[in-house]
Ligand binder design. Sequence first.
Ligand SMILES: [Zn+2]
Length: 632
Amino acid sequence: MRLLFLLPLALSTALQAQWANDADGIARAEHPHPPTERSGAPPTRGYDLKYHRCTWALGPAVRYISGTVTSYFTSTQDLGQLIFDLSDSLVVDSVVMHNNVLAFSQEPGDLLAVTLPAVMPSGQLDSVSVTYHGVPPEAGLGSFVTDEHDGTPVLWTLSEPYGAKDWWPCKQDLNDKIDSLDTYVTTPVAYRAAGNGVLMPADTIGSEVTWHWRSRYPIDHYLVATAVTNYQVDVQYAVVDGDSIPMVSYAYPEEIGTAVDNMQNLVPKMVLFSQLFGTYPFANEKYGQAKFGWGGGMEHQTMTFLGVYHPEISSHELAHQWFGDKVTCHSWADIWLNEGFATYLSGLAYEYLSPQYWDIWKRSKVNNITSQPDGSVFCTDTLDQDRLFSSRLTYNKGAMVIHMLRWLCGDSAFYTGMRAYLNDPQLAYGTATTNDLKAHLEAASGLDLSGFFADWYTGQGYPSYTTTWSQQGNGQVTVLLSQTTSDPSVDFFELPVPLRFFGGGTDSTVVLDNTVNGQLFSFHLPFTVDSVKFDPDTWLISANNELAMSVEDLSSTEHVLVLYPNPATDRIAWHAGIPANGTVAVFDAMGRTVCTANARAGMLDVSRLVPGSYILELRNARGLLRSRFIKR
Ligand SMILES: [Zn+2]
């Protein structure tokens, strides 16, 4: 999902640049419901959900639901009691099994406990029907909302992550997808209901109509949704692998033109994502977008709900059909597998279809990620909703970590690995963990990605590079590459670092395999270099980089003491032309010694020095070297 804080803007291609560069504006505060991850409860409750048939009566003007949910399930152990999630704001009228009324109770924690007539042995298929009614609770931004547009009532649901129980009896377990689903929404004839799957023939009786949606792909509880108003419907088609996929707009009548334009803009993205990541996962059904009144978008399976017709949000929600809906995060702690990929694919839509915005988009993500020195993609506290749905860490850093995985693996292995992940029978139409992603990319690339995931998934912060280079008359270029890290959880980010050298009307890009700090690289370039660009295509998360040409020949470093970063803020590190096995001293402008260290340390804490100019001296048995640095 995405929440847009800005007011909707008029659609215009020219504005895409502004959107592309608007990492904060498109940021969201993600969730309506305080996450309350259940712990200690058996994950499956002794049963495996097979099917739901939901019949709901919904008048969009009234905040009220009544209905019956029939659940088919297979017992996975000897089962005496069936537990569903259901808000205690809703009243259960009856629970029926084979025409027999069963005893039930609504328990603390929004649980509905149904007592089975006899203990069901493991492995048996059966069903129960729960009839209920009531006013769903008002929680946060709302799992069940009534509102108006242009004077007409509208009702919608938005369950992610814990709100499904606010409006229907369900099993809120990410890892027990509902194998298939039918929803029937009865409403006054003036209204239509948007839903998951394929629209079946409507049934009109008197002044009421029942809209029937049939879903035959596995679906997670939080992706089941309905929205009801006087929708006007339009259908476009995307041709993917020779098949036409319907792309259905459920629009407010006053916005039908904008809705159709938006869907037409999405057709090439449907084709692109299918080419890159495999055919649209719900091709036998449809892709839909239903307008609702929330300030963002939500990737309900086969029927995104869209609060604004915004091209980047539209791309993001479409991308979720692969990442989030087909393959769902195994736990909320793995939410970046949904949101990082949906965010990255909205960037890929720029790369492939509007390339002029691609670098703007990447740089805006890096700027947002590095606006603070710490924070990991790994969610350290799923109970903290701001952290769980952090736009900086879960969405933007997640997306750029995926981009760096692509850089490490190369395009061919990256896309091969991603398609294998999405098609893995253990994961497809099921759930995945971060380790599942890592295993597929390692298999496709042959790389060991453990160090990368330690630095970039669980580790925090980012590197700041100091690049010093020199060129000799014969074309030999020497580069000294050093880095400091913004957070102590990572000592050193081991990455291939691209540098682009310009000169003589040409340029050449060199990728340095940076495995240790203060590393020297030497190579030949057939032109006189007059400038260098660090990471010219924005493959890396890095910031505060320094780039300098050395007047000394770095390849004969006998006389060189290179200090970095320079100017320094917290730490100063060195690379010397003599063995760094002696002592280091720092002198201020008056020549006074302000600190000393063992040269083997490789760096010195200068955070307490007052701003100004200093001399660092390295001395050992072979001599001494001095160099100047600035403390900021
Ligand atoms: Zn999302």
